[in-house]
Design a protein. Sequence first.
Length: 196
Amino acid sequence: MARWQPGTSARLQSAAFELFASRGYEQTTAAEIARSVGLTERTFFRHFSDKREVIFSGQEQLTEAILGGIAAAPEGATPMELIATALESAAGFFPGDRREDSRLRQSVIDQNPALQERERHKMSVLASTIAEALRARGVAEPAATLAGQSAGMVFGIAFAQWIREGEERSLAEIELELLAELRGLTGVPPARPVAR
C-alpha cells in the first residue's frame, strides 16, 4: 500500500510546503496534504501529530547532529572549535537537494506570526542545548552560554543566507565564513573545525 512506501514523510512534507506556500498555512488541512500525494488523512497522522509538525519535524535530528559534532571533537578543543565542529555537523543535515524545500518552509513561516514564534523558540532551545553540551565538555560559564548563543546565531544567519535565491554555496561554507567574521570582530584568528 502507498502509505507504507519509503519516503512517505518526505512526500507529505514536500506537498505540505507547496500547499502552504500556494494556499496559505491556515487554509490548508492535513487531509488536503495527504490527498495531494494520494494518501489518507489517517496516514498523515501516522507521520505527523499535526500540520505544524510538518514544518518543524527534523528538529530532533538536527539537534542530534549538532550534539554529535560536539561529542566527536577531541579533548582540549576550544569553545570556538567545538561550535565550529557542531556547525559543520549541522550542515551535513542540509545537503543541496533540501534547499528548495527549505526555502518554501521559510516562506510559510515568514507569513505566519505563530510559526515565527515557534521558530524563534526552536532556535533559543537549540542555543541552550549547545551551551549545555559545552558545559558537559568542561567549558565554564559564561563562555559556554556565549558560545552556545553564538553557534545558534551563526546557524540562523547561515541558514537564511543558504536559502536565498541564487545562493550556491553549501551551508558549511557559509557557516565557516560567518565564524571567521565573528572571530574577526573579536580579533581572534579564524578557526577550522577540529579533526575528529
